[in-house]
Design a protein around this ligand. Structure first.
Ligand SMILES: [Zn+2]
Length: 259
């Protein structure tokens, strides 16, 4: 493959990721706003509207990565500014799909990883906005996890991952009530089922360390203390992403240091 062809291929991969990112961020806002509960199919497939004047977003603004700049970050009808989180979600997904395909090549496994991590990011946005975990997306991750659990297996390793994550976070929940919610438990077990027990350890460590650092920083900066409900899904998603993308390398590195 020539260099130019290679560049165009990666550009196409990034563009595909961006299109998916635009869809997933719109879905996150619709779930957080309660539209998904009213009509799941409508929330999945309806056209995006301006939150201020409710008119359809013009097609030019929907061009992935460039649309936001082309409409200068404003609604063409009423001029209200559009959140920069839209292009950020597109960029995030573009980079994510490039990372996944670089690591695992094109194919069904990459698709399963990318869609599951994107569902994790969508869950995180909903959790930050509403402190709830959308069950439909957790079920989606369980279903996607059937691919690595059945194709790569052993299936029992993935079952132990799910049960282990559930048991671990249930213990923390019992020891420190109010720290997590029941939604976090289900989300963590879906991650465990996808990862299998070995990679789940990496996911838990990353989630707990980053969550603790962020929680302590937040408590120090706002002086509100640690007794505040905190969205934990973003840290679980970070652990999930680190584990599936780099978990095997991290475990090998760890073993080479310890033994
Ligand atoms: Zn408008």
């Amino acid at each position: 493959m020539s260099l130019a062809t290679g560049c165009w291929t990666w550009f196409a991969v990034a563009l595909l990721g961006a299109v998916w990112g635009s869809f997933s961020y719109a879905l996150a806002l619709r779930i957080a706003g309660g539209d998904f509960a009213k009509s799941p199919l409508g929330a999945l497939f309806s056209r995006s509207r301006c939150p201020s004047c409710a008119r359809s977003i013009p097609a030019i603004a929907l061009i992935p990565l460039a649309g936001f700049a082309l409409v200068r970050g404003r609604c063409a009808h009423c001029g209200v500014s559009i959140s920069p989180l839209y292009p950020l979600a597109e960029l995030f997904h573009a980079a994510l799909l490039v990372l996944v395909v670089r690591q695992f090549g094109p194919g069904a496994y990459s698709a399963a990883i990318f869609i599951a991590l994107s569902a994790g990011a969508t869950i995180s946005v909903v959790d930050i906005k509403t402190l709830t975990i959308p069950g439909a997306l957790v079920i989606a991750i369980f279903l996607l996890a059937l691919y690595p659990a059945i194709i790569f297996g052993p299936f029992v390793d993935h079952l132990i991952g799910a049960a282990g994550m559930f048991a671990f976070f249930a213990m923390i929940l019992l020891a420190f009530p109010g720290g997590f919610g029941g939604g976090d438990l289900k989300f963590a077990s879906a991650i465990g089922f996808f990862c299998g027990w070995e990679l789940s350890i990496v996911a838990v460590e990353v989630a707990l360390i980053t969550g603790a650092v962020a929680g302590a920083t937040y408590a120090l900066v706002t002086r509100k203390g640690l007794r505040i409900r905190f969205p934990f899904a973003p840290f679980l998603t970070l652990g999930f992403g680190t584990a599936v993308l780099y978990g095997r390398e991290i475990i090998l590195l760890y073993k080479s240091v310890v033994w």
